[in-house]
Ligand binder design. Structure first.
Ligand SMILES: *Cc1c(COP(=O)(O)O)cnc(C)c1O
Length: 394
């Protein structure tokens, strides 16, 4: 069976973990943590970075930093992972879900402004599959209405946004006031469980560090900036141990290699599957003109939920594990009674019809070719062609 995902180990992880352990300092905010943070700041132009124990935690820090209070409204896509919403719901926020673009799971920036009310505090774009949302439009709307932009960049490490042909590409996560990354096992670079908060608005830097360190000014104390430390704010234990940071450092050292490999696999899928999508059997990812591709996910969109169920079954019979994900959050058991009832058709279509193909470092190009052949055979058996926009919700 070709698995959907397999964690890639660079071979240096245990060596760095041993180093961290033997250094005698295995709690958080040590050498490896500082090295990782400095790397991301330098490479991607984030003003300040703090490693966290998960992207969910980084998003929770964003909700605290944004001073979200009960009744505040947050605009985000419904087609996303639970954590994007959960972090704000824990602060009492009301989530106002926006639809996806017709041709991309990302939030449709054109639909945001109509959802803004006097209670709106932030817009949370999610860069699905590591492909940028329309950040120029989102930033413009946010400025006009004095809102925060918090990027859920969980899938978006080493990906970029470019506004216009002459503009310098900007790293995803460097555009919003705050951004959250994930190094969960399923992401491009990993630390088992892990994440990072990137802070681009200087106003938040000092407070973020305090929230990160259980509401204390401990980090300032260790830098010698204050002569005692104590409880100064709200917060939690958001920082990972040095063991996690040491693991991540090994992955960082292989980042370029990992990205090259993933992109090769992604491109191989795309080229092989193009003829089938041109014939209308399913659709392929559309990369927006302003977005780079970090090869986080390769997905196809089937023409109907029935097609998708049959395809996943066909893959299974042929030894391939392909999966779908993201049930629309607006119709989730936890949130549907709180949703305002608006239909989000594009989101539902991706939730019902999207399939992700295996994509991981050790997947060979022969594996990818085999997977495309299996998919090709399915189109012959199934035979149905439709264009995506003919899809009608069952
Ligand atoms: C993976 C993911 C998360 C959660 O990341 P964790 O590190 O597991 O907390 C949040 N949002 C999106 C879009 C994700 O893909």
């Amino acid at each position: 069976m070709i698995p959907f995902n397999k964690s890639y180990l660079t071979g240096k992880e245990t060596q760095y973990i041993e180093q961290a352990v033997l250094s005698g300092k295995i709690s958080g905010n040590g050498d490896f943590t500082k090295r990782c943070q400095a790397f991301f700041e330098r490479k991607y132009g984030f003003k300040n970075c703090l490693l966290t124990t998960s992207c969910t935690d980084a998003l929770e820090m964003c909700a605290i930093l944004a001073d979200i209070e009960p009744g505040d409204e947050i605009i985000m896509p419904s087609y996303t992972f639970v954590s994007t919403a959960l972090a704000f719901v824990r602060q009492g926020a009301k989530i106002v879900f926006a639809d996806s673009c017709p041709d991309h799971p990302n939030i449709d920036a054109g639909k945001i402004e109509a959802l803004i009310t006097p209670r709106t505090k932030a817009i949370v774009p999610v860069h699905y599959a590591g492909m940028a949302c329309d950040m120029e439009k989102i930033t413009r709307i946010a400025k006009k209405h004095n809102l925060l932009v918090i990027e859920d960049a969980a899938q978006a490490i080493d990906s970029f946004y470019k506004c216009g042909d002459d503009a310098e590409p900007k790293a995803l996560g460097s555009i919003g006031h705050l951004s959250a990354f994930s190094f969960h096992d399923t992401k491009n670079i990993i630390s088992g469980e892990g994440g990072m908060l990137a802070i681009n608005d200087e106003r938040f830097i000092r407070r973020a560090e305090i929230i990160w360190e259980k509401g204390t000014n401990r980090a300032e104390f260790f830098r010698g900036e204050v002569n005692k430390y104590g409880w100064v704010d709200t917060g939690s234990s958001f920082l990972p141990s040095e063991v996690t940071a040491a693991f991540l450092w090994a992955q960082i050292e292989s980042l370029d290699d990992i990205q090259t490999k993933r992109k090769q696999i992604w491109d191989a899928y795309f080229q092989k599957l193009k003829p089938f999508s041109e014939k209308g059997f399913f659709s392929l990812p559309q990369i927006p003109k302003y977005a780079a591709n970090n090869a986080h996910t390769f997905y196809i969109v089937c023409n109907s939920p029935q097609d998708r169920t049959k395809l996943i079954e066909h893959f299974k019979t042929n030894g391939v594990c392909a999966v779908f994900h993201y049930l629309s959050l607006h119709s989730s058991e936890f949130y549907k009674s709180r949703h305002d009832g608006r239909e989000l058709k594009n989101c539902d279509r991706f939730a019902d019809c999207l399939v992700r193909l295996p994509l991981f470092y050790e997947l060979t190009l022969e594996n990818a070719e085999y997977i495309c052949d299996v998919l090709g055979r399915f189109t012959k058996i199934n035979g149905k062609r439709l264009s995506g926009d003919q899809y009608v919700k069952p």
